[in-house]
Design a protein around this ligand. Structure first.
Ligand code: ZN
Length: 559
């Protein structure tokens, strides 16, 4: 998740939003970070977008800590899950009308163990678009027969800037020539009228469980001029969720959660990617997986066993590289000042070392830590994290930049490796990534100081009147069941962070670490649920009344 840390992670800083800044935030501001006015604007913007009452608004303004998502007033979606096939309507326009199929792999279905996306793409900075041809080979291992296909096309949401609610220069994507590779049949494409991201493809023959099929199509996505996880700003292109990706099919059909700005609704299964990307010669392309520059600015991207891929491309990156435990750490930054790269490399190295020790081995050959223009603090993708320019360059390992990098890197384990339904059970990645900040902090703080911080987070929840009882909330509620974004963020980040820390205390380090390592090993490249987590805890802490009480306080699950 892209936690926007307006000032710092630390509630110890006792940041008084209305009365000024701490040294930390002053440092941040003096380094070109968001000025106070901008921060307040964002906070109020968040407040307006949420369903808060006056008391909560007042509470926000007197917060003595802040760790929250980026500003914006995206209307809150009203449904947790949409069964995509029930609300699609016939598309109009170009989609599905082109009968010329991409011919690169026509007639041949690759023999694969998991979904494979083969993409031949061009990034056009002038036109602010990315697109090309895709062949996706799909293994239906869902256990269900599919009457149709459902892809998600998130770029089509960006006609409106999700952070401000204002019109942007984004456009509806063009998707055409969707063809069954084996038969050559060109299939119609239907875009939902209620949610432009939902693309349904009716099938003449059901796609049976256990079957493998391949489909090819062409697409063009338009990149809005906004500093968002999908957008372009100052010549840097953040390309996440930029291509039509197959949704996940579960018991009730295709899972098609609505998009929201303050967290994630993304849900996809692990796949392999083989991509070529033509970009202007002077651009650096930074991607999930391993990227290699060829002649004339054409890049080759290979990413295996990833949930999705993201790319950042720009002309002014400087690279600082390092290595930790055989993993190449590439820190890309936008200034001439090498300080950012030094801080990022130190934080990434300490984070990966501590997370490998606590959670298990990082499975990819490299990780990219990329400074970019982002309204949020950071955003995680497989083997790539985006970090905003707003975080300053405090060399303190406890500074905002370092702690945000730790948080986003923790998502490599919780979201990247162990997948989850991020809309339905956000805590499974956000709470664990937030707890991982304590793991990172333990590399430079005494255990007693880390414990104090956990206590302070818990105390702050009482001060702010946040629900702490099971009657009021449970951590594993879907996004739409929270009262507003404030409650959602508070729950997924703070309540969850304290919950996991208390669990660690109650189980003891040895037992907890064994539990979390088995959890990661069991569900790496798969999807875990709250019940899977609870079962793993109870396996490692059998007949432990205190542990059961903690689980019962925070979670709605079977014990
Ligand atoms: Zn996060």
């Amino acid at each position: 998740m892209f936690v926007y840390r307006f000032v710092s992670d630390s509630i110890l800083l006792r940041v008084k939003i209305m009365s000024g800044f701490t040294e930390q935030s002053k440092t941040t501001a003096s380094n070109g970070a968001a000025p106070e006015e901008t921060i307040m604007k964002r906070l109020l913007s968040v407040a307006r977008g949420a369903h808060w009452n006056r008391m909560l608004m007042a509470s926000l303004l007197s917060l003595t800590f802040l760790l929250t998502a980026c500003g914006g007033n995206q209307p809150k979606p009203t449904a947790a899950t949409t069964k995509a096939t029930t609300e699609v309507t016939d598309a109009s326009g170009a989609e599905g009308s082109d009968t010329t199929a991409p011919d690169a792999t026509a007639g041949t279905v690759a023999d694969v163990d998991r979904n494979l996306y083969e993409m031949d793409l061009t990034l056009d900075p002038e036109n602010k678009s990315i697109g090309g041809t895709v062949t996706v080979t799909i293994v239906n291992d869902s256990g269900f027969d599919w009457p149709d296909l459902c892809f998600r096309d998130y770029p089509s949401l960006f006609l409106i800037d999700p952070n401000t609610g204002e019109e942007s220069d984004g456009k509806i994507s063009e998707i055409s020539s969707l063809t069954d590779v084996a038969t050559g049949e060109v299939l119609a494409i239907e875009r939902s009228e209620k949610d432009a991201t939902i693309i349904t493809v009716p099938l003449s023959e059901p796609f049976k469980a256990g079957e493998t099929r391949a489909y090819s199509f062409t697409f063009t996505s338009y990149i809005p001029t906004i500093g968002d996880r999908f957008g372009n700003s100052e010549g840097v292109f953040n390309l996440s969720n930029f291509y039509p990706v197959l949704a996940v099919y579960e018991e009730d059909g295709w899972v098609a959660h609505p998009y929201f700005a303050y967290g994630e609704c993304f849900y996809s299964v692990t796949a392999d990617y083989k991509v070529t990307l033509a970009a202007p010669e002077d651009m650096t392309v930074i991607s999930s997986g391993e990227e290699t520059k060829g002649d004339g600015g054409t890049w080759t991207i290979e990413a295996d066993l990833v949930r999705d891929i993201a790319i950042v491309a720009g002309s002014n990156f400087t690279l600082k590289t390092g290595e930790v435990g055989g993993v190449a750490v590439n820190c890309y930054y936008l200034t001439e000042d090498a300080t950012w790269g030094d801080i990022a490399l130190a934080a990434a190295t300490a984070s990966i070392t501590s997370f490998e020790s606590s959670f298990g081995e990082y499975p990819y050959p490299e990780v990219d830590v990329v400074q970019t223009y982002l309204t949020a603090g950071g955003m995680e993708y497989p083997s790539l994290i985006m970090i905003t320019t707003y975080l300053g360059t405090s060399p303190d390992p406890d500074g905002s930049l370092s702690v945000v990098i730790a948080h986003e890197l923790a998502h490599q384990w919780f979201y990247g490796m162990v997948g989850n339904d991020q809309y339905g059970e956000a805590w499974l990645d956000e709470s664990l990534a937030s707890y991982a900040e304590f793991v990172y902090m333990s590399t430079y703080l005494e255990p007693s100081v880390v414990a104090e911080r956990a206590q302070q987070v818990e105390d702050s929840m009482k001060t702010e009147g946040m629900p702490l009882t099971k009657e009021d909330f449970h951590l594993n509620a879907p996004y739409n069941e929270f009262e507003g974004d404030f409650d959602y963020i508070y729950s997924a980040y703070y309540c969850g962070k304290v919950f996991i820390y208390r669990l660690w205390q109650q189980m003891g380090a040895e037992s907890f670490d064994a539990m979390i390592q088995e959890y990661v090993a069991t569900y790496t490249h798969e999807v875990a649920t709250t019940q899977d987590f609870v079962d793993m805890v109870q396996k490692h802490a059998p007949d432990n009344a205190e542990v059961d009480a903690l689980l019962d306080l925070y979670l709605d699950a079977k014990f």
